[in-house]
Design a protein around this ligand. Structure first.
Ligand code: SF4
Length: 424
């Protein structure tokens, strides 16, 4: 039985095929002997020619490999019966026991109080006799090989492939969710495969992915699996990245930062009412998350999905840019990405490109240095320009890195330090 894998809400692109055509196969689990390309991206190049060979060609090869891996298909078992879940069940790491066999989850700001045999809002955590469990450890319902640019990360090992996985569940309910089939499902409603942490790392290596990405649904709700699999990946010399809505409590977030290498946060709006009405979440905890990631020194990029008429005002863009500059500094990359009508917001049009350009112009004017336009393949604002000499230093075509003019994390032309995790 097969189940389609696909991109997360911020990963829409005209280059992508529709969700129901995009399947992946873990066609060979551990042991093929293929070598991670991470060593290639961490080796310091001796000169420009060597550097371009070491970076640009692997980038292109990675994207070609990603394209070839469109035949990648995850073999999934039929949905398990509700109680036949012992392989996937681990005790939750962030909760407290309450009187009367109740529990309070302390993983995300929702703070669900859950009675015996009930589940939290995210549908993947259950109270059994006063002990709280995650039901989705190693329970992978989607897997795919993506370029890291698709997450998107633009300043984190450009051009590498990420072995990208998800379980069921999410702690919010975005009306525009691209992956609602998995994010809004109970785990037993979906086919899944058992992929424990060591197998995640081995599969990533086997498929020539220097990174593992936790994505598509919401990694906060499968936190235990994320941290265990990230540890296994690190032991194999692989990186781990998380694509999250940022709606997580501070204690699990600080722990998460110790296990993974980069976190991309979908900041869905700068308006509390949008978070309440469109996301069914809260803005302030997400802002707190961004500050904590920054203080913890994890690499962070921000995506802002611009939805016509709902979060596309000049004032909102300006307030957002000012907040980022004051609280995170001017160097955090922000991607203003294009909305496409989906799920419960099919009544709205795709975001006009001019709106994304207006958002970028406002953020640029407020002093943010790395402002991108997303989901518009070929747009010049998908490239990286040196903020000092203004030369093109990373040229992208869709999710492909076409050219890089950087050396050891610096602009090749003026040696300005470009923030990010470059590996060389
Ligand atoms: S992680 Fe799930 S169970 Fe825990 S508080 Fe959030 S929504 Fe509720």
């Amino acid at each position: 039985m097969l189940y389609p894998a696909g991109p997360s809400g911020s990963e829409i692109s005209a280059l992508q095929r529709p969700f129901d055509q995009e399947c992946g196969l873990i066609d060979a689990l551990p042991g093929s002997g293929l070598t991670s390309r991470l060593s290639q991206i961490t080796a310091a190049p001796a000169d420009r020619r060597t550097f371009l060979k070491a970076v640009t060609f692997p980038c292109l090869a990675a994207c070609a490999a990603a394209w070839l891996h469109n035949s990648f298909v995850l073999p999934l078992e039929a949905a398990a019966a509700a109680d036949d879940d012992s392989r996937f069940r681990v005790e939750a790491r962030f909760y407290e026991k309450l009187p009367g066999k109740n529990v309070r989850c302390k993983l995300c700001p929702r703070g669900c109080v859950v009675g015996d045999r009930d589940r939290g809002h995210c549908r993947v955590r259950e109270n059994r006799g006063g002990t709280y469990y995650s039901l989705v450890h190693s329970r992978v319902c989607a897997a795919h090989i993506d370029p890291i640019e698709k997450k998107p990360f633009f300043h984190f090992h450009p051009g590498v492939l990420a072995f990208s996985i998800a379980t069921a569940g999410c702690n919010v309910n975005c009306k525009f969710c691209q992956n609602w089939e998995i994010s809004q499902a109970r785990p037993e409603e979906l086919p899944a495969t058992y992929l424990p942490p060591a197998a995640v790392a081995a599969s990533a290596r086997q498929n020539q992915c220097p990174a593992v990405a936790f994505t598509y649904s919401e990694p906060t709700v499968f936190n235990e699996f994320v941290t265990d699999a990230a540890d296994a990946a690190r032991a194999q010399g692989l990186k781990s990245v998380v694509v999250s809505n940022g709606f997580i409590q501070q204690e699990p977030l600080k722990k998460l930062c110790q296990h993974v290498d980069a976190i991309k946060v979908d900041l869905k709006s700068f308006s509390p009412s949008y978070y309440r009405d469109v996301v069914n979440g809260e803005l302030q905890p997400v802002l707190d998350t961004l500050v904590t990631i920054h203080k913890q020194g994890r690499w962070n990029e921000i995506v802002y999905l611009v939805v016509p008429t709902l979060n596309d005002g000049d004032k909102e863009f300006r307030d957002l840019a000012r907040w980022i500059k004051s609280n995170l500094g001017s160097e955090v990359p922000i991607h203003f990405t294009r909305f496409h009508p989906l799920y419960l917001l099919k009544n709205l049009p795709p975001t006009p490109v001019e709106t994304l350009e207006r958002a970028k112009a406002i953020a640029d004017a407020e002093g943010l240095q790395y402002v991108y336009v997303g989901n518009v393949p070929g747009h010049p604002a998908e490239n990286t320009y040196c903020p000092k000499c203004h030369r093109l230093i990373i040229e992208r075509a869709g999710f492909t890195v076409a050219q890089m003019h950087m050396r050891k994390g610096k602009c090749e032309y003026c040696e300005h330090v470009i923030p990010g995790v470059w590996g060389a």
